[in-house]
Each structure stands twice: as structure tokens, then as C-alpha cells.
Design a protein around this ligand. Structure first.
Ligand SMILES: [Cu+2]
Length: 438
């Protein structure tokens, strides 16, 4: 199937939307001016809501997987998601992830689908999260570096654009539809494909950190291959970790009798080294020596974070390949014993982060506060959302409404009456949360 990558956007007058508190009372016709724009950013996705009751089941692929990843696909009620990563994925290495959403019957891409991705490491920690994105052509490719080896989970939530927004018609071209010929302009045979919101989960088997570099030797015209690997799925701070160094010739054969100085640094601070600075006449004095080009070095990384492993290599007169001297810096990542690699997100008791399309949508999703507390919602996602009291089923109840919140904007609400308050996003109706006031 051929796909033409045409960007087709409805351009909305943002000024009207953002300045008019009752923007959704205006007719869509006044707000939308249909135009074809090549290569522009999607703006319309935030202004569209479906009146359908959304499904939000999780479709999980089988969890027993080999160490080499296979291309996967999942079909649920006519929606097919194709998923692909390289067969071998290494921790900390930037990895391309390919995702495509199609109509299961025709195989054609679905247009105008909102989507978000969450990556969970083997401990269940969220290690990567996309902003809520919009796909014109059903293609949702992205890159991620998995910090920890083992079975990681990629969770994709995709959400269709329906025919109604707050009771008003959405133009046909802006709805999710099956592109009958793979072309946004030709979908007459199957004009609408409003499948709601669905979450698909895929396991990705990630191998321990391994990095390979090709270095220029100081001898003219020579190169040498250096591989740094760990045997465990993660480097845990405070525990001794063995680093394996393998040195090979350009033809791939093992390079015999190399000397190596290995040092581990965090910033400018030297954590450990295989030898102290040597005699200037014998610069590799005290270095590790590998008879067959393989050396191991055990270091303890004191805390979680990024480290530099510096390797200085020399060939010796008895080596089977003369490259002179070469050096390289590797970046490695250490995590603490629970697998946390980044500072944990701290949320004050009266702050709620708007995360976007992926569960838990609003964090914390349920919150208990005392009467009279002012709550602040921060939109930390990259897309527009609302905080609107009520439920998607019965609509806004008028108690509070943020209107459209752009990325980085916040909304304050003070609740003086005890009770349970439901709220939701009028753009992505799977996004909902509750506030309990007592
Ligand atoms: Cu939203």
C-alpha cells in the first residue's frame, strides 16, 4: 500500500477560541476554515469531542517473548495496530519504535487519531512518556532509550475523532476515517471510523547496556573496534558492577595484548580508575592487559545517574595488530535499587498535573482536600486540555470549567462545599478525575 504524506490541516482561529469564554457555543462553521496546508502543525485536534461512549479496554500482547523482539500486531474490533522495534534492543541506546494504526478489514491507514505512549521499565516505573500527539496518517513512530534491560512495556493509547464536538458537527474531513486508497483526500467508501479510545500494550525485550565504537588509531590509517558491555540488566548504584571491554581489529578478529587504562567519572569527579597516572615514559604502566583483547573492570557507581567511562588503549609490540594509541568515552547509566533513574516527580498536596491522554490523565487522579482549599491544575502535557466539572456521559455540570488550557498554562479552583466532584477533559473524554472535599 502506498501512502502519500500529505499534511491536511484545519486551521482554527486560536484568538477567537482563547479569548471567548463561551467558545463552544459558537458554530463550528465560524471557527473552522478548511484549508490545505503542507507541512504545518495540527491545530484542530484539541477542539473536537465525540459524543460516543468511549471504550477503554487494554489489549495486551502475549507476555512470554524471546530475547529477540518480533514485529507485533494486535487487532481489536476492526482496529489493527502494527508495532515494530529492532530485533535486538540494548539498554540506553536510542531505539526507533514504529507504530501504525489501520482498519483491519481494508488495511488502510486511519486518519486523524490522537495518541500517547508510556514506557514502563521492568520495575513498573514510567521511564518515558510522550506528549499527547496527533497523527494525520495513522503513523505514530518515535524514538526511546530504555534505561534498564529486561522486559519493558510500551503502552499505546489511541483515540479517534468523532462526528460531534459539544453537540456540534465536526467537518467530515477532520474526523477519524479509513483512507480507502491510503490518501487523506479519498475516503468516500468508509467515511468514518470512530473507534473510541483504546490502549494496546507491547512487551519489548531489552538487552543489557552495550556500546561499540570504531576508533582511529594514532598509527596512520588504522582503526580499532571497542565494545563496552555490562552483563546485568541494570547498573545499580552502590553495588560492584563488572564492565566488559572487548577490543577487535577492523576485520573483527580479536586484537591480542592490548593495554587499557579505564576510569569512571561523574562530571569532573573521578570515581575510580584501573591505574593512577603513570610514569611519562611508560604511560600505560599499571594498565590492564588483555591477552586476547578482552578485559573486565569492576567499579562501584556511588549514586544513580549518568557516568563517563574513559578508556585509553595501546597496542604493544607483541600485539597482532599495531594501531598505536586510541581513546574513547562511553556514557553509562546507573540506577538506584528500585530502578529509579530520574528525580521522582514531586507534587504538592494542592497541585494536580494534567498529563494527557494516557492513564492516569490527571495526577493525582483522585484527591482529598479540606473545604476552601485552592487546587491548581498544571498542564504539563504538550497539547490542549480542559478541566471541566461533570462527566462525559452527562456533560458539563457548570460547577467549574478551565476552558482550553494550552501547554504550560494552569487553572485554579476553590471548592467551598463538601462533596465529590467529577471532572473531565472536553476534548479527550477518556480523561477524567475526581476531587473529594470534606
Ligand atoms: Cu484532553
Amino acid at each position: 500500500m502506498s501512502c502519500r504524506y500529505i499534511q491536511f490541516d484545519f486551521v482554527i482561529d486560536l484568538e477567537i477560541l482563547l479569548n471567548n469564554k463561551s467558545w463552544y457555543n459558537l458554530r463550528m462553521k465560524k471557527l473552522l476554515s478548511a484549508s490545505i496546508a503542507m507541512g504545518t502543525i495540527a491545530l484542530f485536534a484539541f477542539a473536537i469531542i465525540s459524543e460516543n461512549t468511549y471504550e477503554s479496554n487494554v489489549y495486551a500482547a502475549p507476555t512470554s517473548i524471546p530475547q529477540e523482539n518480533q514485529q507485533g500486531q494486535t487487532t481489536s474490533n476492526g482496529i489493527k495496530v502494527e508495532f515494530g522495534v529492532p530485533s535486538k534492543v540494548y539498554a540506553t541506546e536510542l531505539t526507533p519504535v514504529k507504530i501504525k494504526v489501520t482498519d483491519a478489514n481494508s488495511g488502510a491507514n486511519l486518519s486523524h487519531v490522537d495518541w500517547a505512549i508510556v514506557v514502563k521499565d521492568p520495575h513498573g516505573n514510567v521511564v518515558y512518556k510522550t506528549t499527547t500527539g496527533h497523527s494525520h496518517m495513522g503513523i505514530m513512530d518515535f524514538n526511546v532509550a530504555f534505561p534498564i534491560g529486561g522486559e519493558n512495556i510500551i503502552s499505546l493509547t489511541s483515540s479517534s475523532i468523532g462526528s460531534k464536538m459539544m453537540g456540534m458537527d465536526v467537518p467530515l474531513m477532520a474526523r477519524t476515517h479509513t483512507m480507502s486508497s491510503g490518501d487523506l483526500m479519498t475516503f468516500e467508501k468508509d467515511a468514518e471510523n470512530n473507534f473510541g479510545s483504546r490502549t494496546f500494550e507491547y512487551p519489548v525485550y531489552v538487552l543489557p547496556q552495550k556500546q561499540t565504537r570504531v576508533l582511529d588509531g594514532s598509527e596512520k590509517g588504522t582503526t580499532v573496534n571497542v565494545e563496552l558491555a555490562t552483563s546485568s540488566n541494570e547498573i545499580i548504584a552502590g553495588q560492584p558492577t563488572t564492565l566488559l571491554l572487548t577490543v577487535t581489529q577492523p576485520n573483527g578478529d580479536m586484537l591480542t595484548h592490548p593495554d587499557a587504562l579505564i576510569s569512571v567519572r561523574k562530571g569532573t569527579y573521578k570515581v575510580s580508575s584501573s591505574a593512577e597516572a603513570g610514569d611519562p615514559m611508560m604511560p600505560m604502566n599499571g594498565a590492564y592487559h588483555g591477552h586476547v583483547g578482552q578485559m573486565s573492570y569492576t567499579a562501584t557507581f556511588p549514586s544513580a545517574g549518568n557516568y563517563i567511562v574513559n578508556v585509553d588503549l595501546n597496542s604493544l609490540p607483541v600485539s597482532n595488530y599495531q594501531f598505536g594509541h586510541a581513546s574513547v568515552r562511553f556514557n553509562v547509566l546507573a540506577s538506584d535499587s528500585s530502578g529509579e533513574t530520574a528525580a521522582t516527580m514531586k507534587t504538592a498536596a494542592n497541585h494536580i498535573d494534567i498529563l494527557g491522554l494516557e492513564s492516569p490523565f490527571y495526577s493525582p487522579n483522585g484527591i482529598n482536600v479540606k473545604t476552601g482549599t485552592t487546587l491548581t491544575f498544571d498542564n504539563v502535557d504538550g497539547n490542549f486540555h480542559t478541566v471541566t466539572s461533570g462527566t462525559p456521559e452527562s456533560g458539563p455540570d457548570g460547577k467549574f470549567d478551565s476552558g482550553l488550557l494550552a501547554s504550560g498554562q494552569s487553572f485554579d479552583v476553590k471548592l467551598d462545599k463538601p462533596g465529590k466532584y467529577d471532572y473531565f477533559c472536553t476534548i479527550h473524554t477518556t480523561m477524567r478525575g475526581t476531587i473529594t472535599v470534606s
